[in-house]
Design a protein. Structure first.
Length: 87
């Protein structure tokens, strides 16, 4: 049996360097309300995949969509405010 081995060095990055930076963690924290709202919307969609949509499901979907839109609006407004302060 012939063994095949890599002749080159490993091409993946050093595992120690794969942690998110402080700036990346701050960006994630800044976007967390939107992320949570999108997860809630996804949960509402998943709940309706294998059955007909009831009135309660429709209300849950509408509420989740409104929360996503509100979170996007808040993030956009905060984002523009941060740019003005930093300028």
């Amino acid at each position: 049996m012939k063994h095949i081995a890599a002749l080159q060095a490993v091409v993946t990055a050093d595992p120690a360097g794969q942690e998110p930076s402080a700036a990346e963690l701050d960006a994630i924290e800044h976007e967390m309300p939107l992320i949570a709202a999108e997860v809630e919307l996804l949960d509402a969609h998943i709940a309706t995949l294998d059955r007909p949509v009831t009135e309660l499901d429709a209300r849950r979907l509408r509420r989740a969509r409104r929360r996503v839109l509100a979170a996007r609006r808040a993030l956009a407004n905060r984002g523009s405010g941060l740019l003005e302060v930093g300028a």
